[in-house]
Write a protein that binds this ligand. Structure first.
Ligand code: SAH
Ligand code: SF4
Ligand code: F3S
Length: 446
């Protein structure tokens, strides 16, 4: 085994969900503790971390083609050191090591805190795989937060025990765990000191979070949110993704009472057909889901609702698909994500009878998306004339233009004299399907 020059620069490429984005940031922080710096835009990095997602379609093939692109035409000395992280690493780590000799490290989503030690071995020419799942140990050994964008992510819960029959997450992220209350309050404080104005609490089932407060009392996500709302300088709180079955009265009530908790709820439903929901092992019905949303609307009438959908689950009939369209009509989502069913190796649905033809899935997805787009535009149009705070996240395409998010998570752009991280007072003026033009009020800041 030949030693390799220690990398001086890195690039982390994250795919998939926001938890992967969070993990990608934490890996970058770990590499920084070793003096490795981010590669400049357009420059090759000495170390590339592919932080992968396994949720749908040819995820693994994509990893191999990324590896191919990174090494193509390069001598061993010139090619970057490659680490494969994330959910594909967890699911197919051994295979990746066997098939892709250019990969030095395979590290699962619960083991990446050991990346620096792995790197020490990798520079000696060793190839290392670590897909252990000591989830809490990981958080304990990560460095403190020192930098943050205005909108920060904070993982509070990981893993999933729900085993929906189509989904790989319980296998790639492991069992549900909640991070301790105290650690979360401290990490939130550090993020705010480092520049965060909004924190989005993350978890595969974020509303399953449970813990103990300083007095040792058992608490859930609502109480955590109420305490985070006391952090000075933190202006907004969001959370994602919730599961209908983990929703409790306290979280619904918090939406009516906690001012910093934004009027937005992402609550995946997947299908409007109770037969399909049962086959998916979702353990909620279309009716129980709608009732839940009603309760959120009672305490927070302006709440923006979003969801996830899968079309073409094995055995889904045209009539069952139409039940999904009816549910969409009933809810009037402000935004939503919809996907064609993708068989995942090792999941029960992958071997179910009645796999749906690709053309049928395409056609259903198109109909669903046109309904969802219609409702998104209608939601945006109904916001016109409202004045709200927009958290300024970045510059727009043209000079003097700014982009940010409304309380309802709409993308808003406007012109004026503000800075990144400001909460600007903006009147929503013109609605597009994906964004809204706003007009800055005077005084400009909230
Ligand atoms: N824990 C969350 C989200 C997990 S994955 C939840 O339960 O809602 C994000 C979304 O990807 C899911 O909500 C689902 O809509 C979609 N998804 C998951 N597995 C899929 C598969 N095999 N094929 C297509 N979409 C899938
Ligand atoms: Fe996957 Fe279902 Fe768990 Fe969500 S709740 S992560 S869809 S198994
Ligand atoms: Fe993808 Fe893993 Fe997230 S499979 S969606 S990166 S939990």
């Amino acid at each position: 085994m030949k030693p390799i020059d220690p990398p001086k620069t890195y690039r982390v490429k994250s795919f998939g969900c926001q938890m992967n984005v969070y993990d990608g940031e934490r890996m970058a922080e770990l590499l920084a503790t070793r003096g490795i710096t981010p590669a400049a835009d357009g420059e090759d990095a000495d170390l590339v971390v592919l932080n992968t997602c396994h949720i749908r379609e040819k995820a693994a093939e994509k990893v191999y083609s990324d590896i191919g692109r990174l090494t193509k035409g390069k001598t061993q000395k010139k090619a970057p050191m490659i680490a494969v992280a994330g959910c594909v690493a967890q699911a197919e780590g051994e295979e990746i090591m066997a098939r892709a000799p250019a990969v030095s490290m395979v590290v699962g989503p619960q083991a990446y805190h050991r990346l620096p030690e792995m790197l020490d071995k990798a520079v000696q020419g060793e190839r290392i795989t670590d897909t252990d799942m000591p989830a809490i140990a990981k958080f304990d050994s990560l460095p403190q937060r020192r930098r943050s964008a205005p909108g920060a992510f904070l993982t509070v819960q990981e893993g999933c025990d729900k085993f929906c029959t189509y989904c790989v997450v319980p296998y790639t992220r492991g069992a549900e765990i909640s991070r301790p209350y105290r650690d979360l309050i401290i990490e939130a404080q550090k993020l705010v000191e480092a520049g965060a104005r909004e924190i989005t609490l993350l978890g595969q089932n974020v509303n399953a979070w449970s813990g103990e407060d300083v007095k040792g009392a058992a608490i859930g996500l609502a109480a955590l949110i109420r305490d985070l709302a006391k952090v000075d300088g933190l202006r907004r709180i969001r959370y994602t993704t919730s599961h209908p079955n983990d929703m409790d009265d306290a979280l619904i009530a918090a939406h009516g009472e906690v001012e910093k908790l934004m009027p937005y709820l992402h609550l995946p439903v997947q299908s409007g057909s109770n037969r399909v929901l049962k086959a998916m092992n979702r353990s909620h019905t279309a009716e129980s889901y709608l009732k839940l949303l009603e309760r959120f609307r009672e305490v927070r009438p302006d709440i923006a609702l979003s969801g996830d959908f899968i079309v073409g689950f094995p055995g889904e009939t045209e009539a069952e698909f139409e039940e999904t369209l009816s549910l969409v009509d009933a809810v009037k989502y402000s935004a939503a994500y919809s996907f064609k069913y993708s068989p995942r190796p090792g999941t029960p649905a992958a071997t179910m009878e009645g796999q749906i033809a690709a053309e049928v899935m395409d056609e259903r997805l198109q109909r669903l998306q046109s309904a969802l787009n219609r409702d998104q535009l209608a939601f945006n149009q109904a916001s016109i004339g409202k004045t709200c705070d927009v958290l300024v996240e970045r510059r727009g395409k043209f000079d003097g233009q700014w982009l940010g998010k409304s309380p309802w998570l709409q993308s808003v752009w406007f012109e004026g004299d503000v800075e990144i991280g400001d909460l600007a007072r903006v009147t929503l003026a013109e609605a597009g399907p994906n964004s809204i033009r706003g007009e800055l009020l005077q005084p400009a800041l909230a």
